[in-house]
Design a protein around this ligand. Structure first.
Ligand SMILES: Cc1cc2nc3c(=O)[nH]c(=O)nc-3n(C[C@H](O)[C@H](O)[C@H](O)COP(=O)(O)O)c2cc1C
Length: 162
Protein backbone atom coordinates (compact mmCIF):
# COMPACT_ATOMS: atom_id res chain seq x y z
CA UNK A 1 0.00 0.00 0.00
CA UNK A 2 2.84 2.37 0.83
CA UNK A 3 4.62 1.56 -2.41
CA UNK A 4 1.45 2.15 -4.42
CA UNK A 5 0.84 5.44 -2.61
CA UNK A 6 4.37 6.61 -3.22
CA UNK A 7 4.44 5.78 -6.92
CA UNK A 8 1.01 7.32 -7.51
CA UNK A 9 1.85 10.54 -5.66
CA UNK A 10 5.22 10.86 -7.37
CA UNK A 11 3.51 10.41 -10.74
CA UNK A 12 1.48 13.51 -9.79
CA UNK A 13 4.64 15.47 -9.00
CA UNK A 14 4.24 15.16 -5.23
CA UNK A 15 7.46 14.67 -3.28
CA UNK A 16 7.19 11.67 -0.94
CA UNK A 17 9.27 10.82 2.11
CA UNK A 18 8.54 7.17 2.99
CA UNK A 19 9.57 6.39 6.57
CA UNK A 20 9.59 2.71 7.52
CA UNK A 21 9.46 2.64 11.31
CA UNK A 22 10.51 -1.01 11.55
CA UNK A 23 13.89 -0.01 10.09
CA UNK A 24 14.46 2.64 12.73
CA UNK A 25 15.65 2.94 16.28
CA UNK A 26 12.69 4.54 18.09
CA UNK A 27 12.14 4.15 21.82
CA UNK A 28 8.93 4.22 23.82
CA UNK A 29 7.65 7.43 25.40
CA UNK A 30 8.52 7.25 29.10
CA UNK A 31 6.05 9.90 30.24
CA UNK A 32 8.98 11.73 31.84
CA UNK A 33 7.42 15.14 31.08
CA UNK A 34 10.77 16.24 29.66
CA UNK A 35 8.91 17.65 26.65
CA UNK A 36 6.70 19.88 28.79
CA UNK A 37 8.89 22.87 27.90
CA UNK A 38 10.34 21.73 24.58
CA UNK A 39 10.92 18.73 22.36
CA UNK A 40 11.46 15.12 23.43
CA UNK A 41 14.60 14.53 25.46
CA UNK A 42 15.20 10.97 24.19
CA UNK A 43 18.10 10.59 21.77
CA UNK A 44 17.11 8.28 18.93
CA UNK A 45 15.96 8.29 15.31
CA UNK A 46 12.66 9.89 16.21
CA UNK A 47 14.39 13.15 15.25
CA UNK A 48 14.15 12.07 11.61
CA UNK A 49 10.39 11.65 12.00
CA UNK A 50 9.95 14.96 13.85
CA UNK A 51 11.85 16.77 11.07
CA UNK A 52 9.77 15.16 8.30
CA UNK A 53 6.56 15.88 10.23
CA UNK A 54 7.47 19.55 10.67
CA UNK A 55 8.19 20.08 6.98
CA UNK A 56 5.44 18.05 5.24
CA UNK A 57 2.05 19.14 3.96
CA UNK A 58 0.30 15.82 4.47
CA UNK A 59 0.87 12.79 6.68
CA UNK A 60 -0.11 9.30 5.54
CA UNK A 61 -0.22 6.87 8.46
CA UNK A 62 -0.02 3.28 7.23
CA UNK A 63 -0.22 0.08 9.24
CA UNK A 64 -1.79 -3.36 9.43
CA UNK A 65 -4.45 -4.10 12.01
CA UNK A 66 -3.06 -6.09 14.95
CA UNK A 67 -5.59 -7.45 17.44
CA UNK A 68 -8.21 -4.98 16.22
CA UNK A 69 -5.93 -2.00 16.83
CA UNK A 70 -2.98 -0.18 15.27
CA UNK A 71 0.32 -2.03 15.00
CA UNK A 72 2.49 -1.43 18.05
CA UNK A 73 5.13 0.17 15.84
CA UNK A 74 2.91 2.97 14.61
CA UNK A 75 1.42 3.43 18.08
CA UNK A 76 4.94 3.78 19.44
CA UNK A 77 5.58 6.64 17.03
CA UNK A 78 2.27 8.37 17.74
CA UNK A 79 3.00 8.22 21.47
CA UNK A 80 6.26 10.09 20.89
CA UNK A 81 4.26 13.11 19.74
CA UNK A 82 3.55 14.03 23.34
CA UNK A 83 5.47 17.35 22.85
CA UNK A 84 2.53 18.43 20.67
CA UNK A 85 0.21 17.83 23.60
CA UNK A 86 2.06 20.53 25.52
CA UNK A 87 2.65 22.93 22.61
CA UNK A 88 0.03 23.07 19.91
CA UNK A 89 2.05 25.64 17.93
CA UNK A 90 4.71 23.09 16.94
CA UNK A 91 4.94 22.73 13.12
CA UNK A 92 2.87 19.98 11.56
CA UNK A 93 1.28 18.86 8.27
CA UNK A 94 -2.06 20.50 7.56
CA UNK A 95 -3.87 17.22 7.05
CA UNK A 96 -3.59 13.47 7.57
CA UNK A 97 -4.99 10.24 6.15
CA UNK A 98 -4.51 6.54 6.82
CA UNK A 99 -3.91 3.42 4.77
CA UNK A 100 -4.97 0.37 6.78
CA UNK A 101 -5.09 -3.33 6.06
CA UNK A 102 -6.35 -6.35 7.94
CA UNK A 103 -6.11 -10.04 7.29
CA UNK A 104 -9.63 -11.13 8.18
CA UNK A 105 -12.58 -10.72 5.80
CA UNK A 106 -14.05 -7.97 7.99
CA UNK A 107 -11.28 -6.43 10.11
CA UNK A 108 -12.18 -4.08 12.94
CA UNK A 109 -10.68 -0.82 11.68
CA UNK A 110 -12.66 1.43 14.03
CA UNK A 111 -10.28 1.47 17.03
CA UNK A 112 -7.31 2.29 14.80
CA UNK A 113 -9.17 5.08 13.02
CA UNK A 114 -10.28 6.49 16.38
CA UNK A 115 -6.71 6.47 17.71
CA UNK A 116 -5.28 8.04 14.57
CA UNK A 117 -7.93 10.74 14.53
CA UNK A 118 -7.12 11.55 18.16
CA UNK A 119 -3.46 11.80 17.18
CA UNK A 120 -4.37 14.14 14.30
CA UNK A 121 -6.45 16.39 16.57
CA UNK A 122 -3.63 16.62 19.13
CA UNK A 123 -1.04 17.51 16.51
CA UNK A 124 -3.28 20.02 14.73
CA UNK A 125 -4.01 18.14 11.50
CA UNK A 126 -7.34 17.91 9.71
CA UNK A 127 -8.37 14.28 9.21
CA UNK A 128 -9.10 13.60 5.53
CA UNK A 129 -10.18 9.97 5.75
CA UNK A 130 -8.81 6.48 5.40
CA UNK A 131 -8.48 3.68 2.87
CA UNK A 132 -9.16 0.28 4.45
CA UNK A 133 -8.32 -3.02 2.80
CA UNK A 134 -9.56 -6.28 4.33
CA UNK A 135 -9.09 -9.98 3.66
CA UNK A 136 -5.37 -9.63 2.95
CA UNK A 137 -4.64 -13.04 4.49
CA UNK A 138 -6.51 -14.61 1.55
CA UNK A 139 -3.92 -13.08 -0.77
CA UNK A 140 -3.36 -9.64 -2.19
CA UNK A 141 -4.15 -8.38 -5.65
CA UNK A 142 -1.58 -5.64 -6.23
CA UNK A 143 -3.57 -4.08 -9.07
CA UNK A 144 -6.62 -3.86 -6.79
CA UNK A 145 -4.49 -2.16 -4.13
CA UNK A 146 -2.93 0.21 -6.67
CA UNK A 147 -6.29 1.23 -8.03
CA UNK A 148 -7.93 1.57 -4.59
CA UNK A 149 -5.08 3.57 -3.07
CA UNK A 150 -4.78 5.80 -6.17
CA UNK A 151 -8.50 6.62 -6.25
CA UNK A 152 -8.50 7.33 -2.53
CA UNK A 153 -5.50 9.67 -2.77
CA UNK A 154 -6.93 11.44 -5.82
CA UNK A 155 -10.00 12.20 -3.73
CA UNK A 156 -7.77 13.72 -1.05
CA UNK A 157 -5.28 15.73 -3.10
CA UNK A 158 -7.32 16.44 -6.22
CA UNK A 159 -4.96 17.13 -9.11
CA UNK A 160 -1.94 17.15 -6.79
CA UNK A 161 -1.31 20.85 -7.27
CA UNK A 162 -3.06 21.98 -4.13
C1 LIG B 1 0.06 -9.91 15.79
C2 LIG B 1 -0.95 -9.84 14.66
C3 LIG B 1 -2.27 -9.54 14.97
C4 LIG B 1 -3.21 -9.45 13.95
N1 LIG B 1 -4.49 -9.10 14.26
C5 LIG B 1 -5.39 -8.95 13.27
C6 LIG B 1 -6.71 -8.53 13.57
O1 LIG B 1 -7.08 -8.29 14.71
N2 LIG B 1 -7.60 -8.40 12.55
C7 LIG B 1 -7.24 -8.66 11.24
O2 LIG B 1 -8.09 -8.51 10.35
N3 LIG B 1 -5.97 -9.05 10.92
C8 LIG B 1 -5.05 -9.20 11.90
N4 LIG B 1 -3.77 -9.59 11.59
C9 LIG B 1 -3.43 -9.82 10.17
C10 LIG B 1 -2.75 -8.62 9.51
O3 LIG B 1 -3.50 -7.44 9.69
C11 LIG B 1 -2.60 -8.90 8.02
O4 LIG B 1 -1.87 -10.09 7.81
C12 LIG B 1 -1.94 -7.74 7.28
O5 LIG B 1 -2.13 -7.89 5.89
C13 LIG B 1 -0.44 -7.66 7.57
O6 LIG B 1 0.11 -6.59 6.85
P1 LIG B 1 1.69 -6.50 6.61
O7 LIG B 1 2.04 -7.67 5.72
O8 LIG B 1 1.89 -5.18 5.97
O9 LIG B 1 2.33 -6.61 7.96
C14 LIG B 1 -2.84 -9.70 12.59
C15 LIG B 1 -1.48 -10.02 12.32
C16 LIG B 1 -0.57 -10.09 13.33
C17 LIG B 1 0.87 -10.43 13.00
Amino acid sequence: MCGCARSHLESKGVSVNLIVVSDMDVSHCRDCDGCRDGMCVLDDEMDVIYDAFATSDMLILACPIHFSGPSSLIKLVMDRFQPYWFDETLPHPSHAVALLCGGSPEPRFDATIYTMRAFAITTGMEWKGQYCLGDTDSGVDVERIRSGVSSFLDGVIGDGKG
